[in-house]
Design a protein. Structure first.
Length: 217
Protein backbone atom coordinates (compact mmCIF):
# COMPACT_ATOMS: atom_id res chain seq x y z
CA UNK A 1 0.00 0.00 0.00
CA UNK A 2 1.28 3.48 -0.81
CA UNK A 3 0.15 6.97 0.06
CA UNK A 4 0.37 9.86 -2.44
CA UNK A 5 3.21 12.10 -1.27
CA UNK A 6 1.91 15.54 -0.40
CA UNK A 7 4.42 18.25 -1.34
CA UNK A 8 5.66 19.92 1.83
CA UNK A 9 5.48 23.68 2.22
CA UNK A 10 5.73 25.33 5.61
CA UNK A 11 2.71 27.54 6.25
CA UNK A 12 1.77 30.28 8.69
CA UNK A 13 -1.00 29.80 11.21
CA UNK A 14 -3.47 32.54 12.17
CA UNK A 15 -1.29 33.30 15.19
CA UNK A 16 1.74 33.76 12.92
CA UNK A 17 -0.18 36.28 10.83
CA UNK A 18 -1.25 38.01 14.04
CA UNK A 19 2.41 38.37 15.06
CA UNK A 20 3.29 39.83 11.65
CA UNK A 21 0.34 42.24 11.86
CA UNK A 22 1.37 43.25 15.37
CA UNK A 23 4.71 44.34 13.93
CA UNK A 24 2.98 47.29 12.23
CA UNK A 25 1.40 48.35 15.52
CA UNK A 26 4.12 47.74 18.12
CA UNK A 27 7.13 46.03 16.59
CA UNK A 28 9.22 45.54 19.79
CA UNK A 29 6.44 43.40 21.29
CA UNK A 30 6.07 41.48 18.01
CA UNK A 31 9.78 40.62 18.03
CA UNK A 32 9.52 39.28 21.58
CA UNK A 33 6.41 37.20 20.83
CA UNK A 34 8.00 35.84 17.64
CA UNK A 35 11.05 34.79 19.65
CA UNK A 36 8.90 32.88 22.15
CA UNK A 37 6.98 31.43 19.21
CA UNK A 38 9.95 29.84 17.47
CA UNK A 39 12.06 28.67 20.42
CA UNK A 40 9.92 25.61 21.41
CA UNK A 41 9.61 24.40 17.80
CA UNK A 42 13.08 25.02 16.41
CA UNK A 43 14.10 21.41 17.11
CA UNK A 44 11.36 20.21 14.74
CA UNK A 45 12.48 19.97 11.11
CA UNK A 46 8.93 20.71 9.96
CA UNK A 47 8.94 24.14 11.67
CA UNK A 48 12.41 25.45 10.85
CA UNK A 49 11.39 26.95 7.51
CA UNK A 50 8.33 28.58 9.02
CA UNK A 51 10.34 29.97 11.93
CA UNK A 52 12.94 31.59 9.67
CA UNK A 53 10.24 32.98 7.37
CA UNK A 54 8.27 34.36 10.34
CA UNK A 55 11.29 36.19 11.73
CA UNK A 56 12.09 37.50 8.26
CA UNK A 57 8.68 39.10 7.83
CA UNK A 58 8.73 40.48 11.37
CA UNK A 59 12.07 42.15 10.65
CA UNK A 60 10.67 43.49 7.38
CA UNK A 61 7.66 44.98 9.15
CA UNK A 62 9.98 46.50 11.74
CA UNK A 63 11.94 48.14 8.94
CA UNK A 64 8.78 49.64 7.42
CA UNK A 65 7.63 51.09 10.73
CA UNK A 66 11.04 52.49 11.69
CA UNK A 67 11.33 54.05 8.23
CA UNK A 68 8.02 55.83 8.76
CA UNK A 69 9.18 57.02 12.19
CA UNK A 70 12.46 58.34 10.78
CA UNK A 71 10.62 60.03 7.92
CA UNK A 72 8.38 61.90 10.35
CA UNK A 73 11.26 62.76 12.69
CA UNK A 74 13.82 63.83 10.08
CA UNK A 75 14.11 67.50 9.25
CA UNK A 76 15.76 66.98 5.86
CA UNK A 77 15.66 64.31 3.21
CA UNK A 78 19.42 63.80 3.58
CA UNK A 79 19.03 63.05 7.25
CA UNK A 80 16.24 60.59 6.49
CA UNK A 81 18.30 58.82 3.83
CA UNK A 82 21.28 58.43 6.15
CA UNK A 83 19.16 57.05 8.98
CA UNK A 84 17.18 54.81 6.63
CA UNK A 85 20.33 53.40 5.05
CA UNK A 86 21.66 52.36 8.45
CA UNK A 87 18.31 50.77 9.34
CA UNK A 88 18.19 48.96 6.00
CA UNK A 89 21.57 47.38 6.69
CA UNK A 90 20.46 46.34 10.18
CA UNK A 91 17.08 44.89 9.19
CA UNK A 92 16.78 44.22 5.45
CA UNK A 93 19.97 42.15 5.20
CA UNK A 94 18.74 39.77 7.94
CA UNK A 95 15.36 39.66 6.16
CA UNK A 96 16.95 38.37 2.95
CA UNK A 97 19.13 35.89 4.82
CA UNK A 98 16.20 34.55 6.82
CA UNK A 99 13.96 34.12 3.76
CA UNK A 100 16.74 32.26 1.93
CA UNK A 101 17.31 30.10 5.02
CA UNK A 102 13.58 29.32 5.12
CA UNK A 103 13.60 28.05 1.53
CA UNK A 104 16.69 25.94 2.20
CA UNK A 105 15.15 24.46 5.35
CA UNK A 106 11.96 23.50 3.48
CA UNK A 107 13.99 22.00 0.64
CA UNK A 108 16.10 19.97 3.06
CA UNK A 109 13.01 18.70 4.86
CA UNK A 110 11.32 17.72 1.58
CA UNK A 111 14.38 15.63 0.74
CA UNK A 112 14.30 14.06 4.19
CA UNK A 113 10.59 13.25 3.78
CA UNK A 114 11.34 11.36 0.57
CA UNK A 115 14.00 9.33 2.41
CA UNK A 116 11.51 8.43 5.14
CA UNK A 117 8.88 7.52 2.55
CA UNK A 118 11.26 5.20 0.73
CA UNK A 119 12.47 3.62 3.97
CA UNK A 120 8.98 2.98 5.36
CA UNK A 121 6.82 2.29 2.30
CA UNK A 122 9.32 0.54 0.03
CA UNK A 123 11.96 -0.99 2.30
CA UNK A 124 9.39 -1.59 5.03
CA UNK A 125 11.74 -0.59 7.83
CA UNK A 126 9.99 -0.44 11.18
CA UNK A 127 12.72 0.08 13.77
CA UNK A 128 13.43 3.72 14.55
CA UNK A 129 17.16 3.05 14.98
CA UNK A 130 17.34 1.53 11.48
CA UNK A 131 15.41 4.41 9.91
CA UNK A 132 17.70 6.84 11.73
CA UNK A 133 20.75 5.21 10.13
CA UNK A 134 19.22 5.44 6.65
CA UNK A 135 18.19 9.09 7.13
CA UNK A 136 21.38 10.05 8.99
CA UNK A 137 19.30 11.56 11.80
CA UNK A 138 19.03 11.03 15.54
CA UNK A 139 16.23 8.69 16.71
CA UNK A 140 14.49 11.61 18.46
CA UNK A 141 14.40 13.59 15.20
CA UNK A 142 13.11 10.53 13.34
CA UNK A 143 10.27 10.08 15.84
CA UNK A 144 9.24 13.74 15.51
CA UNK A 145 9.42 13.62 11.71
CA UNK A 146 7.47 10.36 11.38
CA UNK A 147 4.77 11.59 13.76
CA UNK A 148 4.49 14.71 11.60
CA UNK A 149 4.15 12.58 8.46
CA UNK A 150 1.44 10.44 10.05
CA UNK A 151 -0.42 13.53 11.26
CA UNK A 152 -0.25 15.14 7.81
CA UNK A 153 -1.25 11.86 6.11
CA UNK A 154 2.04 11.54 4.29
CA UNK A 155 2.15 8.01 5.72
CA UNK A 156 -0.66 5.55 6.47
CA UNK A 157 -2.14 5.74 9.95
CA UNK A 158 0.14 4.32 12.59
CA UNK A 159 2.01 5.02 15.80
CA UNK A 160 5.42 4.62 17.36
CA UNK A 161 5.80 2.38 20.38
CA UNK A 162 9.03 1.30 22.07
CA UNK A 163 11.16 2.38 19.14
CA UNK A 164 9.01 0.57 16.56
CA UNK A 165 6.86 2.17 13.85
CA UNK A 166 3.55 0.33 13.84
CA UNK A 167 1.52 0.78 10.63
CA UNK A 168 -1.23 -1.87 10.54
CA UNK A 169 -1.95 -1.46 6.82
CA UNK A 170 1.70 -2.16 5.97
CA UNK A 171 2.62 -4.68 8.62
CA UNK A 172 -0.26 -7.06 9.18
CA UNK A 173 1.70 -9.24 11.55
CA UNK A 174 2.35 -7.79 14.97
CA UNK A 175 5.95 -7.02 15.76
CA UNK A 176 7.38 -9.64 18.11
CA UNK A 177 10.53 -9.58 20.17
CA UNK A 178 13.61 -10.31 18.12
CA UNK A 179 14.16 -13.65 19.87
CA UNK A 180 10.78 -15.06 18.79
CA UNK A 181 11.37 -14.09 15.17
CA UNK A 182 14.53 -16.11 14.82
CA UNK A 183 14.63 -19.59 13.42
CA UNK A 184 16.07 -22.33 15.59
CA UNK A 185 19.86 -22.06 15.47
CA UNK A 186 19.78 -18.51 14.08
CA UNK A 187 21.09 -15.56 16.02
CA UNK A 188 21.03 -11.79 15.94
CA UNK A 189 24.37 -10.32 14.84
CA UNK A 190 25.48 -6.70 14.96
CA UNK A 191 26.91 -5.26 11.75
CA UNK A 192 30.49 -4.07 12.20
CA UNK A 193 29.90 -1.30 9.68
CA UNK A 194 26.79 0.52 10.91
CA UNK A 195 25.73 -1.30 14.07
CA UNK A 196 22.38 -2.53 12.70
CA UNK A 197 21.31 -5.98 13.87
CA UNK A 198 20.19 -8.76 11.55
CA UNK A 199 19.16 -12.39 12.00
CA UNK A 200 21.58 -14.84 10.41
CA UNK A 201 21.87 -18.64 10.35
CA UNK A 202 25.01 -20.51 11.44
CA UNK A 203 27.81 -20.48 8.82
CA UNK A 204 25.78 -18.04 6.69
CA UNK A 205 27.15 -14.89 5.08
CA UNK A 206 24.74 -12.02 4.57
CA UNK A 207 25.13 -8.50 3.22
CA UNK A 208 23.92 -5.77 5.59
CA UNK A 209 20.86 -4.14 4.01
CA UNK A 210 21.84 -0.73 5.41
CA UNK A 211 25.54 -0.33 4.60
CA UNK A 212 26.53 -3.38 2.47
CA UNK A 213 29.02 -4.85 4.94
CA UNK A 214 29.31 -8.66 4.79
CA UNK A 215 28.10 -10.20 8.06
CA UNK A 216 29.26 -13.67 9.07
CA UNK A 217 27.55 -15.69 11.82
Amino acid sequence: MSVPMKPFKSQFSKFDYFIIGLTYVFFPLALIIAGFRILPTQQHHSFRGRNARLMGWVFFGSYIITSVIFLLASETSEEFLNDNLAMALCLLVPVMLLLVAAELADKKFRKLLSIYTEAVLQRRLIYIDHIAIVANQTPSHVIRDLNFMIKERMLPYGKIENGVLMIPSLHRESVKPAETQQDIGSKSVECSGCGARTVISPHEEKECEYCGTIIVA
